[in-house]
Design a protein around this ligand. Structure first.
Ligand SMILES: *Cc1c(COP(=O)(O)O)cnc(C)c1O
Length: 393
């Protein structure tokens, strides 16, 4: 039942195409019936059986698999160079939790202290009920990861890089080496890096997860998640079964919108990352800002590793710390007009959020921090809006 996810260049091409070209044409799919250059949206939940009762089309029912979902999975697998292919889920959380659901009672997990807070909360609440122990460590320090790994018992190392909302960087190749030496898998939440900047599977990771709600869809109108696997092994088969049997597949309308968005991913990531880098430089010199957290800044603690494992930019996310403290940060977020005061990230519209009040007391997030998701608006407008909001007495 695995999807035909290997990169499929247009059949006429006898040369190697770049990922950008393949994504722009959604792998060059042309509908065999109409010759349409956009794949049709498949909405059927059930499919005609063959006279001998088989399903020669490979489709039987829409919960385990869907042709529109497969189309988008093909593009994602190509972008991430995923040997096993891709699986789309109804949300990023559904994708992430599928990986932890595939573990066995008694297994041990090492996860980051700085990570997507919703998943951290789920791990803290759900893992003990399944008798799976989780240690949260500072992943920007590989020696902390090394100390936390229990050889033979640790079955999964989960990292997130850059890590939300401090944008700490984890060395993927080093984490893979440590995990594998202990008999564990490495999974990477690569939502903030996108497959344009980083391809964790090529650096030794076993699994990549994305909240496709974010930059992959990029238009703040789809909730979706994705897993990509390096090897079509027993663990990947288990993830496929967990999705098919548990019913966490993405709906075809959402898969269609995601597919449309992936065609412009390269352009959006390039523009949004360039904007973030520009704003990071400008806010670093701002009198009302004490710190800018962005791995693209040369003196950022994560810069050296980021420069090794990210290409074409350092991402569209940054955080600033407001010099006059929490109340001043909340006030600035209340005064912006162009930036939208909202959660989420990666959309074409820029978002600002005071994270500490969202994440609660267990958060590693300082109270004076504002998280910025940079969209595609003019950078001068974005700077002027937040500059005025920060300066207003
Ligand atoms: C949003 C997000 C998630 C969760 O994804 P949903 O699509 O909201 O379920 C996981 N990890 C990161 C880094 C995120 O930003």
């Amino acid at each position: 039942m695995s999807a035909p996810n290997a990169p499929k260049p247009p059949s006429e091409a006898s040369f190697t195409l770049s990922k950008r070209s393949l994504a722009a044409q959604a792998l060059g799919h042309v509908d065999p019936v109409t010759r349409a250059v956009v794949a049709p949206l498949h909405v059927a939940t059930t499919f005609l059986r063959d006279p001998d009762n088989g399903y020669s089309s490979g489709f039987s029912y829409a919960r385990p698999d869907n042709a529109t979902v497969r189309e988008a999975e093909g593009v994602l697998a190509m972008l991430e160079e995923a040997g096993a292919g891709a699986l789309l889920f109804g949300s990023g959380m559904a994708a992430a939790t599928a990986v932890f659901t595939a573990l066995e009672p008694g297994d041990h997990v090492v996860a980051p202290r700085v990570m997507y807070w919703g998943l951290k909360r789920w791990l803290t609440g759900e893992m003990p009920r399944r008798r799976i122990a989780v240690d949260f460590v500072d992943m920007d320090d590989v020696s902390a990861l090394e100390r936390a790994i229990r050889p033979g018992t640790t079955k999964l190392v989960w990292i997130e890089t850059p890590g939300n909302p401090l944008w700490t960087v984890t060395d993927i190749a080093e984490a893979a080496r440590l995990a594998h030496a202990a008999g564990a898998r490495l999974a990477v939440d690569s939502t903030a890096a996108s497959p344009i900047h980083t391809r964790p599977l090529t650096l030794g990771a076993d699994l990549v997860m994305h909240s496709a709600t974010k930059i992959l869809n990029g238009h703040s109108d789809v909730v979706a998640g994705a897993l990509m696997g390096a090897a079509n092994d027993a663990f990947w088969a288990r993830l496929t079964a967990i999705r098919a049997q548990g019913g966490a597949i993405l709906g075809p309308f959402e898969a269609y919108l995601l597919m449309r968005s992936l065609r412009t991913l390269h352009l959006r990531v390039a523009a949004q990352s360039a904007g973030a880098a520009d704003l990071a430089r400008r806010f670093r010199a701002h009198p009302r800002v004490s710190h800018v957290l962005y791995p693209g800044l040369p003196d950022d603690p994560g810069h050296a590793v980021a420069a090794r494992q990210m290409e074409g930019g350092f991402g569209f996310m940054l955080s600033i710390r407001v010099r006059d403290g929490e109340a001043a940060a909340i006030r600035a977020a209340a005064r912006v007009r162009l930036w939208k005061r909202a959660t989420s990230l990666g959309g074409v519209e820029s978002l600002i959020e005071h994270r500490a009040s969202v994440e609660g007391p267990d958060s590693p997030c300082p109270p004076d921090l504002l998280r910025l998701s940079v969209g595609i608006e003019a950078v001068d407008d974005l700077f002027a809006d937040l500059d005025a909001a920060l300066r207003e007495p």
